[in-house]
Design a protein around this ligand. Structure first.
Ligand code: BG6
Length: 509
């Protein structure tokens, strides 16, 4: 690993939930592993009136409630706390940045951070433009004494127009190389492993195309509802919240061509090419290729769960989707004609994210399967979370007379490795930004391209309320209509369980 240059991190929105739950714990883990630079400090900026001591205390509580928060953490926390500083601001208007500028200079001087600085925008998206304009107006974006970088959280726009607009604004204040648009899925170890699995093994790539792959399935299921985020979610919905960013990122990693080298430019170029090849769904096909659903009230494991429309912050007549399933095609030489099925939803039976590559059957049927089938359902399952690992399903002779065949699993679980600690996504992403490596961050053109895929669906839903939104009881696998997307005989979605090797049963109901 490169030795990190000395630097300061300035977090806007520092009194908020993201800073407490994700950013500070991630920085703390880097600190514990001695991965932070020698001269380093963190400045939190927020609208809540807190002293630096109160800020430290608030975050200490956050760290201590982490599962690994045992006595060692408390002892170690003190020197880390000394790196944390806080500055309350009345609002983020450009006029108030002289105070911020002075505080940055003071910390740069005290901690000798060498003029290098990351600005992390952990604020509501409405503030992205205001804050970056303020930084620009006070010259805080200028790379005269050291480098300046900016990290932008999702959501990046609410449609193509707003994403373009935001990109345009950011590029007036910073160069593309200074901008790090974060998508926490790319920080997941298992997501990065998709590329490694594909391109470090000679056995998969020859099969990884339309000649051998029947279809690809991507599922990201959650077994919780909107958890107090109804106000945000009701304006977003599953398509914006999960598909435009995380799931399309997964599509790009499964579908991309091998990059010429492991370098941000070549990887991000390949990502963009996949997104450019995704065939936009025509207005007339939306009902056939996209199924949306919303959870209704039910009882899960004896506990009554209210319907989405009863969640705080959600309209009683909401038509926002908490579930969406799509059928996409990638129009290029590798994937021509291979459908990609994608689904995500809140309050499904279990929390799981996985990619499943379904291979084509053998051209000639020789054997009979126990279940009356004639072919093995060869699948390669890449499990992103939980029970991270890889599983291959293939047919094997049932011992005894005749040639009966059954499907068996060959599986690898990360838990079997000696070093099983999977770093948190934010840990990896913060470290990458601190090193100036943008590979795992989204480029502006790729974000706009992914909105081009999603926009026609949003427009069709907006313009045509007749397009149905199906109810599904909380705790089930979404509306039955989603099965009709996979329209071939005997084929359904894989119904995964929390353990990688179990499937096919509606577990955990
Ligand atoms: C976030 C969404 O980006 O990702 C949430 O806003 C969702 O609604 C979360 O719950 C899922 O992330 P993970 O890492 O738990 O799969």
């Amino acid at each position: 690993m490169k030795v990190l240059e000395n630097q300061l991190i300035v977090i806007f929105g520092a009194s908020g939930d993201l800073t407490k739950r994700k950013l500070i714990p991630a920085l703390y883990q880097l600190y514990r592993q001695n991965l932070l630079p020698k001269h380093f400090a963190i400045l939190g900026i927020g609208r809540t009136h807190l002293s630096t001591d109160q800020f430290r205390e608030k975050l200490l509580v956050g760290l201590n409630s982490k599962p690994e928060g045992e006595s060692g953490i408390l002892k170690e926390f003190k020197p880390f706390a000394n790196l944390l500083h806080y500055l309350p601001v009345e609002n983020y208007d450009p006029a108030g940045y002289s105070g911020i500028s002075e505080k940055i200079s003071e910390l740069e001087h005290t901690f000798q951070t060498g003029g290098n600085c990351i600005f992390y925008l952990a604020t509501p998206p409405e503030l992205y433009k205001v804050i970056t304009a303020g930084l620009d107006m006070h010259g805080l974006n200028r790379q005269e004494k050291g480098w300046r970088r900016i990290i932008i959280e999702k959501p990046f726009g609410i449609n193509l127009r707003s994403a373009r607009n935001l990109n345009h604004h950011l590029l007036n204040c910073f160069t593309e190389e200074q901008i790090y648009r974060i998508d926490h899925y790319l920080g997941k170890e298992t997501v990065q492993n998709v590329m490694v699995t594909r391109f470090s093994n000679g056995i998969f790539e020859p099969l990884w195309n339309r000649n051998y792959v029947h279809h690809v399935e991507i599922t990201s299921a959650e077994n919780i509802g909107v958890e107090g985020r109804g106000g945000y979610y009701d304006k977003a919905g599953a398509l914006r919240d999960m598909v435009q960013n995380h799931l399309l990122q997964l599509v790009t990693l499964v579908a991309m061509e091998p990059p010429t080298m492991i370098h941000s430019l070549s990887i991000r170029n390949e990502v963009l090419k996949v997104l450019q090849s995704v065939r936009p769904i025509q207005a007339g096909d939306i009902e056939k290729q996209v199924i949306r659903g919303q959870y209704t009230g039910s009882t899960i494991k004896g506990i009554k769960r209210s319907s989405y429309r009863e969640e705080p912050g959600v309209s009683a007549e909401s038509r926002t989707e908490t579930y969406v399933a799509l059928k996409l095609f990638i129009d290029n030489w590798r994937w021509g004609g291979v459908p990609f099925f994608i689904r995500t939803g809140k309050y499904l039976p279990t929390k799981v994210t996985e990619l499943v590559v379904h291979f084509k059957p053998t051209p000639h049927r020789l054997f009979c399967f126990d279940e009356g089938r004639f072919n093995s359902d060869n699948q390669l399952v890449i499990r992103i979370q939980p029970d991270e690992g890889i599983l291959l399903k293939f047919g094997m002779k049932v011992p005894g007379a005749g040639y009966n065949v059954q499907d068996v699993n060959m599986d690898f679980h990360y838990a079997d490795l000696a070093q099983t600690d999977l770093p948190e996504a934010y840990q990896r992403l913060l470290l990458d930004c601190m090193q100036g490596d943008a590979t795992l961050f989204s480029r502006g053109d790729a974000i706009e391209q992914s909105w081009k895929i999603v926009d026609p669906i949003l427009t069709a839903w907006e313009n045509n309320p007749e397009i149905p939104i199906f109810g599904y009881p909380a705790g089930t696998w979404g509306p039955q209509q989603a099965d009709s997307l996979i329209d071939e005989r005997d084929m359904t979605w894989r119904y995964p369980c929390k353990n990688l090797s179990d499937d096919g049963i509606f577990c955990e109901l």
